[in-house]
Design a protein around this ligand. Structure first.
Ligand SMILES: Nc1nc2c(ncn2[C@@H]2O[C@H](COP(=O)(O)OP(=O)(O)OP(=O)(O)O)[C@@H](O)[C@H]2O)c(=O)[nH]1
Length: 780
């Protein structure tokens, strides 16, 4: 953490002063308010004796990175009150853990919806957050959905109204970008774990994503009503597999069919439910038969906390017992520091113990002011700057999700600093484009409510803003850009064409899906004259083909799914390539020499030219040629992965050399050297996790052996097993049908890209032969 600054108002001024300097140099940011107007704008910073005390030199030294203490100390009373009661949270988990069912209860108990509808429920209505027809039919979440609700929490006899912005995310790895972008803008998460299956493959993936965006999480063990439910095994797995300290803050009262509620072990209170949907929580004494386990688990909680929190450790080492308030404060500190996750339990479907999770969200997850958010100041070599959630500062927000709605493109925005108002102009930091905000809404799944202004820390949506997902918006005052989310590379592609002549809808659909989903890519293969779509898995592409049919009335024919192969080299070779053409008119001449060698997972271009033998602009042209060649490898026309081209010598011709000549030399020189450097084809290797009832274990192992998979681990539960294996994607095509047939429809599996590895020699030969054949056909 950066050192605590003492002259707090000055820090904000320094940041602002810097942005003014930045603006002064760019015509786009012509308006430069004087410092006085800044102070007028921010009355609470007017203790300007302090502001004056900040010397110019300090403001020049880059005091932009504010510590969390600075931010909290400098929050105005209105922001402080508003933000302390706000939580931006995501609900994430493995497929089918009950995220949507859980969210439905949250919406019901907070009064956001009037009735509960189940995922695949008999009433055919479906859960609120699965608003797409396809989601309701398949019973899976495909797109993340945002909503908001208010939760009345009683604290010391006083009721406080907390405001939640909530995002329900898909569990399936094929829609992983939805999880990435949700976690990018959320401050905390509820990790849902099934009480029977425990930590599953996707739980681990989601956990990794939470770590990527530093998201603190509380854990909810759902499905405690199911046979074989075992929360203690699940907690052990969170500790072991997710490698984060976890301890229960509750113990269940009854289990499986007899689940009645939970005991809050911090306050030693039993919580039961009353009402048709368990809406009323009734507090009672801890049942006699649970007293021992409550004390036992309470000690485990305190010991686990003592390991990760200094204050609890001190109390513990002094052989004292922390008070309930101290325990809650310790859990909050350790959770926000991402060293610990408190574990709650219940059953969303049986309406048990969801409300305590909402209390825990308030107690343990951070409010927007407690999370450090950073942007890069583009005007100062991308120096990092903190974005404090003060409403008075200039607006900075991130467009994290785009969606085509009834009224045009809907852009979801998280407001990090300042506020936005209907009618105001916002500027896209990437394109410099200014747009007037015609409409501002808050989303409730597929419904929306118009609002006139949205303050820092909030999530909202706007219409008619031209941008890509991940773009930063400002009010034009600042040149800030926020780092965007991680976008995984697609691993599978297939050719696609409309069955009948395209009346424009096919292209419209393709354009829209591409804009909305950065993991869905489209390109036109000029050799095969086909449109090729790429994505994260078979289901991912299948869903888009189906959506084209339903939403755009375009029936499509698709080719066989193709693996995204890569080409690499195993040897280092020298190259000496001359590109020469003399056919009337101006000639072409470029000579390059150097070394081509294998590199680690990226393509690198370097030059070590002495004495200016090749001028910089020609070297840049060689690099261009190299990059072009890497897009379409010489072996089978797939991308090159891990090649380093070093140009260390060469020659130019005073008349005939040009950028084009050097670009051509870079392109062909690379290809020629590549083929001499033991070129190989790489294929994607996937992490496979298959879960099925125990009786199918032998059969499933047989299926994986047939695919030359490497079995890495097997978890055997009371009635199910999970087999983990590494297998090439090539071997996994159509596996969903095969697994279903071999497990009476009870088996499930997930696939996640792990790494690239050399394809088997025969496959490489076949691919090369096929590519050569196609080339010949084209030449004839
Ligand atoms: N027994 C039991 N079943 C539950 C519980 N919660 C959810 N389910 C069921 O589990 C299935 C999956 O629930 P969802 O809420 O769709 O799970 P999800 O995690 O949102 O699913 P995806 O978004 O597709 O990954 C549904 O059939 C639910 O009825 C629970 O507490 N107990």
């Amino acid at each position: 953490m950066s050192p605590l600054r003492t002259v707090v108002p000055g820090v904000a001024y320094a940041m602002f002063a810097r942005s003014c300097c930045a603006r002064a140099s760019r015509p786009l940011f012509a308006h430069v308010p004087a410092r006085n107007s800044f102070i007028k704008q921010f009355p609470r910073l007017q203790s300007s004796a302090a502001a004056e005390a900040v010397s110019e030199s300090e403001s020049e030294q880059g005091a932009e990175m504010q510590s969390q203490e600075d931010i909290l100390a400098n929050l105005g009373p209105e922001d402080a009150q508003r933000l302390s009661l706000m939580r931006n949270i995501g609900i994430s988990a493995h497929i089918d853990s009950g995220k949507t069912t859980f969210t439905e209860r949250v919406l019901y108990y907070t009064g956001r919806i009037k009735a509960i509808h189940e995922v695949r429920g008999k009433d055919n209505v479906g859960a609120k957050m699965d608003s797409m027809d396809l989601e309701r039919e398949k019973g899976i979440t495909i797109q993340s959905a945002a909503t908001y609700c208010d939760w009345d929490k009683v604290e010391n006899g006083e009721t406080k109204k907390y405001h939640f912005n909530l995002i329900d995310t898909p569990g399936h790895i094929d829609f992983t970008i939805e999880v990435e972008r949700a976690l990018r803008v959320l401050d905390g998460a509820v990790l849902v774990v099934c009480a029977v299956s425990g930590v599953q493959s996707q739980t681990i993936t989601v956990d990794r994503q939470m770590r990527r965006y530093n998201v603190p999480r509380i854990t909810f063990i759902n499905k405690m009503d199911r046979m074989g439910a075992n929360p203690w095994r699940a907690i052990e797995q969170v500790n072991q597999k997710l490698k984060i300290a976890a301890a229960a803050v509750q113990v269940p009262i009854g289990r499986e069919d007899n689940l009645e509620g939970v005991v809050d072990i911090i306050n030693r209170k039993a919580l039961y439910h009353e009402g048709a949907r368990g809406e009323n929580i009734v507090e009672k004494d801890v049942p006699e038969e649970l007293k021992d386990i409550v004390e036992d688990k309470r000690s485990v909680l305190i010991e686990t906390l003592a390991d990760v929190d200094d204050e609890i450790a001190e109390i513990y080492l002094n052989e004292q017992v922390p008070s309930p308030e101290q325990i809650v404060a310790g859990i909050r500190r350790a959770t926000i520091a991402r060293k610990f996750t408190p574990v709650l339990m219940g059953s969303a479907l049986a309406n048990k113990s969801v409300q305590p999770v909402l209390d825990a969200v308030c107690d343990y997850l951070p409010n927007p002011a407690e999370v450090s958010n950073v942007a890069l100041d583009l005007s100062r070599s991308e120096a990092p700057v903190t974005l404090p959630p003060y409403s008075e500062l200039p607006f900075v927000g991130l467009a994290f999700k785009l969606e085509e709605g009834k009224f045009g493109q809907l852009t979801y925005v998280r407001v990090y600093q300042g506020m936005i108002k209907k009618g105001m102009n916002i500027v896209n930091a990437r394109t410099g484009k200014r747009t007037k905000l015609a409409r501002l809404v808050r989303m409730h799944s597929n419904e929306m409510e118009d609002v006139t202004e949205v303050h820092s820390g909030e999530i909202c949506a706007t219409f008619g803003v031209d941008c890509s997902s991940g773009d930063t918006f400002t009010d034009g005052e600042l040149e800030y850009a926020m780092t965007s989310m991680f976008v995984p590379e697609p691993v599978i592609s297939l050719s696609i064409a409309p069955k009948s002549r395209d009346n424009g809808n096919f292209s419209k659909a393709i354009n829209r899906f591409q804009k909305e989903d950065p993991t869905f890519r489209v390109h036109f293969d000029s050799e095969s004259k086909e449109t090729v779509i790429s994505g994260m898995g078979e289901l991912h592409l299948e869903i888009y083909v189906e959506r084209m049919r339903r939403e755009y009335s375009v029936d499509c024919v698709t080719g066989m799914p193709q693996v995204a192969y890569r080409e690499a080299i195993l040897d280092e070779v020298n190259f000496d390539y001359t590109h020469k053409r003399q056919s009337g008119g101006a000639g072409q001449y470029a000579k390059i020499m150097g070394i081509l060698s294998p590199a680690n997972a990226e393509n690198i271009f370097e030059s070590e030219i002495v004495g200016g033998k090749i001028p910089e602009k020609y070297l840049a042209a060689v690099q261009k040629g190299f990059e072009e060649a890497c897009e379409k490898g010489p072996l089978i026309g797939h991308k090159v992965l891990g090649a380093r081209m070093l140009v260390n010598d060469g020659a130019i011709h005073v008349v005939d050399s040009s950028e084009l000549s050097f670009r051509t030399a870079g392109y062909w020189g690379f290809r020629e050297a590549f083929m001499r450097a033991r070129a190989v084809v790489l294929e994607p290797i996937m992490d496979v996790a298959i879960t099925a009832p125990l009786e199918f274990q032998g059969g499933v192992i047989g299926l994986m052996n047939k695919r030359n998979a490497t079995i890495t681990d097997t978890d055997v539960g009371s009635d199910e097993f999970t087999l983990h294996a590494e297998c090439s994607l090539n071997q996994m095509f159509g596996f969903a049908t095969i697994l279903r047939a071999n497990t009476q429809g009870k088996g499930e599996f997930t696939l996640e890209f792990k790494h690239y590895a050399q394809a088997p020699p025969q496959l490489q030969k076949d691919l090369v032969a096929e590519f050569q054949k196609k080339l010949k056909e084209k030449q004839n």
